[in-house]
Design a protein around this ligand. Structure first.
Ligand SMILES: NC(=O)c1ccc[n+]([C@@H]2O[C@H](COP(=O)([O-])OP(=O)(O)OC[C@H]3O[C@@H](n4cnc5c(N)ncnc54)[C@H](O)[C@@H]3O)[C@@H](O)[C@H]2O)c1
Length: 407
């Protein structure tokens, strides 16, 4: 006879069984109960504040009274981005003291009475998992359907806001306050790793959208992706979810090239194996079976790589340059051979639009659906109190994505 504990089916289990039976019968399953907020809200929250170059202090701030349009989020995790690394090393935006962290996600624990919908028109409730995009304080009603805002330039972003009386302005914290005028998305249907990867993935969704405007990127295109850091790897994943089959990944690190294959690259070229641009171009040509690339994505931040990439592209082909989020110096190209006589169509890509964010959610579901190992992009996970160590690891560039994960 079975023991009591094995027979004790709780109500959650019964609901799961009923849902499964109904869905197998093709009937409508009862709507799942809205998720409940986790635990009581404390009076204070920890936040990792960058107080001087290369040093965070964990500070305790009161959780402020919420306005009618504000949202209080319990932070679950946040990626460490290249911009955080620049702030940590040099503070180029002059933000110190500042609570950084903009690749974050968490659960709504409290909302002002006016908050009803997210920026895509989806309902928002306590217990929902959310991410934020830009803050349009002068245009608080903006939604993702407003295409007049071309990109993030000019708008504020949580994690890059100067300290003020609220303090809880970045995702490297236990709680964060989302203020009126913020774009916020309900992403409860994505797992934590996917939600942490939304921001960098949106960069590549935007780049691919820019690439598509050339009319050259098609299903059967041969595509070269130069640079296999997180940016190039996500680029490959997006191309795969679009059904592009011929992708050559180029990098100098064998480990990264191996991961590029897992992400869907069909061939890899280690540029360090070749002496001179002619030999390297021949290798790229051979990787496509004796053809140059129809289209190429430059994802390195190296001026030399930018100069080289034109050689890998066929006459009449296209290039998306997205590897220089910040100024990386000048590159030397030959305008006659590289652009003019080959009639190369080039687009630049920088950050993303609100609409790209929404596309990114669909991409992440599809990537999971076709078995791409997106979670493996997060190679290092640290607690909030280990944030200095997390940044040092990030600067060493040993892994790919470093993330702060709250319990
Ligand atoms: N356009 C945007 O909005 C945007 C947003 C974020 C990041 N970026 C930029 O994208 C770039 C890549 O970001 P990441 O996080 O993947 O960086 P990363 O440094 O982790 O990766 C760059 C990769 O390029 C490889 N590389 C260097 N020189 C090369 C060469 N000559 N040929 C081929 N590969 C070469 C490196 O080995 C490395 O694996 C950065 O420079 C960053 O500034 C742009």
């Amino acid at each position: 006879m079975k023991g009591k504990s094995e027979m004790d089916i709780n109500s959650e289990k019964i609901q799961q069984i009923v849902q499964q039976v109904l869905s197998e019968m093709g009937g409508a399953a009862p709507k799942a109960a809205a998720p409940k907020a986790s635990g009581p809200i404390p009076k204070t929250s920890r936040a990792a504040m960058l107080t001087k170059l290369e040093h965070y202090d964990i500070k305790e701030f009161p959780i402020p009274e919420l306005g009618d349009d504000d949202i209080l989020v319990k932070v679950e995790g946040c990626g460490v981005c290249g911009t955080d690394a620049h702030e940590f090393k040099r503070d180029p935006f002059g933000l110190i003291p500042v609570v950084l962290g903009h690749e974050g996600t968490g659960e709504i624990v409290k909302m002002g009475k006016n908050v009803k919908k997210d920026s895509a028109g989806k309902d928002l409730n306590v217990g929902d998992k959310v991410v934020t995009c830009m803050i349009f304080k002068d245009n608080p009603d903006i939604t993702m359907y407003d295409l007049n805002k071309q990109n993030v330039g000019g708008a504020d972003v949580y994690g890059l806001i100067p300290d003020d009386e609220i303090h809880l302005n970045g995702w490297f914290a236990d709680y964060m306050v989302i203020r009126k005028g913020s774009s916020v998305f309900n992403v409860s249907d994505l797992d934590l790793d996917s939600r942490i990867l939304i921001e960098p993935c949106a960069v590549l969704i935007h780049a691919v959208e820019r690439a598509k405007t050339t009319g050259i990127l098609r299903f059967n295109s041969r595509v070269a992706v130069q640079g296999c850091g997180p940016i190039g790897l996500i680029c490959i994943a997006i191309l795969r979810t679009m059904g592009i089959e011929n992708i050559t990944a180029i990098d100098g690190e064998e480990k990264r090239l191996a991961f590029a294959k897992e992400m869907g690259a069909t061939a890899t070229v280690n540029f360090k194996d070749y002496k001179g641009i002619e030999a390297l171009t021949d290798a790229v040509n051979a990787s496509f079976g004796g053809y140059l690339a129809d289209f190429a994505f430059q994802c390195t931040g190296s001026p030399v790589a930018h100069a080289n990439i034109y050689k890998f592209i066929r006459s009449g082909g296209g290039l998306c340059e997205l590897g220089f989020f910040i100024n990386g110096g000048d590159a030397t190209i030959n305008p006659h051979f590289d652009i003019c006589s080959k009639e190369i169509t080039t687009v630049g890509s920088w950050v993303y639009t609100l609409r790209d964010y929404a596309t990114t959610f669909d991409f992440l579901k599809r990537a999971k659906g076709i078995g791409l190992p997106m979670s493996k992009l997060i190679t290092h996970r640290y607690k909030l109190e280990e944030i200095n160590e997390a940044h040092v690891t990030n600067l060493k560039m040993e892994g790919l994505k470093v993330a702060i994960i709250n319990e």
